[in-house]
Design a protein around this ligand. Structure first.
Ligand code: HEM
Length: 384
């Protein structure tokens, strides 16, 4: 529990910590990984290098601390994170470790200013926040059922590996051969791969491409050879995995989903960001509601537009738009497709997403009708 006085201390010190989030979390990760190198198997080393993950964690703790009296406002973000944690098999016993090193980092950063009262207040706040995550994640593990709850990652076999667009973009179809069942999912969710390379495990989420067929999962991977730092898992699978090979996978997770009762849906994809959106569009098609969907896909060239034949054939005429490099998608292009009822779904890189969100704000489109999915840690709490 936390006292009123501790809450005040946490609220008044949160801004200092927030401003210095990057330094504090760098200290945090350095010490934590030194003491617990096994945790390197959990954290995405690419995101660590970019620095987005340390910031995401810090921001959430500080933001939660600032809102310690009304944490319910954070439920959507907390759910999103809890799904990612479950997908990566974050367990209750990990929380005290993160708590310990977060506190040590705060102490080291504040130096002499780190009084016992401040540190105790932060420990109390962390415990409350951690408890919310642990409980929510327990529910998600339980939903997997008693046989699967404790399994973690299971091997799925690649039954098909195909090139589907320039990039290259490669699609994998996977099935389970260990006797267990393939878990149902809703379009918009992802599965998580874990591969071993250079002595440690690396994990990465991939959106499921289509509504569940009861037997297989299908995902798409883009080669990230030009990107720095490189996407370790994506490149390894494209270069070295073939049909018949197995990949460790955790069961579908994620909160991104179609708004079921919306009258009109506008989907905007940047490049490979088409993957979760194609799944939602196919869901609408299955429900005979495809007329309510419009897709804008921004790609370098039309050869990079994955699923274009399929999506073009199901979407109504003039409701499938490709923007290739050089054709700038502007505010006016969006405005054309916005009605007060429109729900907008964006999946792209963060800079492009921020630009689109600015346009939508200029169009006075309500933010409650804008839904985003990113592949990097979303830093979603930052925007609040
Ligand atoms: C991801 C917050 C505890 C492991 C994240 C993200 C946030 C976050 C905001 C980014 C989600 C996104 O992708 O948008 C927190 C908070 C915690 C906590 C507030 C404590 C109350 C833990 C613990 C572990 C853990 C105990 C395990 C040791 C991870 C991992 C990721 C992640 C592995 C994925 C990030 C990556 O690989 O880049 N967490 N987390 N977290 N968290 Fe936590």
């Amino acid at each position: 529990s936390i006292t009123e006085e501790q809450k005040n201390i946490v609220r008044s010190t949160a801004p200092i910590l927030k401003e210095n989030g990057k330094e504090i979390t760098s200290i945090f990760y350095k010490h934590m990984f030194a003491a617990h190198p096994e945790l390197l198997n959990l954290f995405n080393q690419t995101n660590q290098k970019i620095g987005t993950q340390p910031l995401a964690l810090a921001n959430t703790v500080y933001f939660a601390a600032e809102n310690i009296d009304h944490l319910h406002v954070l439920i959507p973000q907390i759910k999103l994170i809890a799904h990612k944690h479950r997908a990566l098999i974050v367990l209750p016993e990990h929380y005290p470790i993160v708590g310990k090193y977060l506190l040590l980092a705060i102490k080291e950063f504040l130096g002499e200013k780190a009084t016992e009262e401040i540190l105790d207040a932060w420990a109390a706040a962390y415990n409350i926040i951690a408890k919310i995550f642990i409980d929510l994640e327990q529910q998600l593990y339980d939903e997997l059922g008693p046989d699967e709850r404790d399994k973690g990652f299971v091997p799925l076999t690649i039954i098909k590996k195909e090139n589907i667009a320039s990039g290259p973009i490669v699609a994998l179809t996977l099935e389970r051969r260990d006797g267990g069942k393939m878990h149902n999912y809703h379009p918009g969710q992802y599965i998580t791969f874990r591969i071993k390379k250079d002595g440690s495990f690396h994990n990465r989420h991939y959106s499921l491409l289509e509504p569940f067929d009861g037997k297989t999962y299908r995902i798409a991977i883009k080669d990230e050879i030009d990107q720095e730092p490189k996407g370790i898992v994506s490149n390894e699978i494209i270069d070295n995995y073939k049909e018949g090979d197995a990949i460790l996978t955790s069961f579908p997770a994620g909160t991104f989903a179609l708004i079921q009762d919306a009258k009109h849906h506008l989907f905007i994809a940047g490049g490979i960001g088409i993957t979760p959106l194609s799944s939602l569009i196919l869901e609408l098609h299955k429900k005979n509601q495809i007329k309510s969907a419009t897709l804008i896909h921004c790609v370098p060239t039309k050869e990079h537009a994955a699923f274009s034949n399929e999506l073009k054939s199901i979407l109504p005429e003039n409701q499938y738009l490709l923007f290739c490099q050089g054709e700038k998608l502007g505010k006016d292009d969006l405005q054309k497709f916005l009605t007060p009822d429109t729900h907008v779904y964006i999946c792209s890189s963060i800079p492009f997403m921020n630009k689109l969100e600015d346009y939508l704000a200029e169009c006075n489109h309500p933010s409650s009708q804008i839904h985003t999915e990113v592949f990097q840690p979303s830093l979603s709490v930052l925007k609040n």
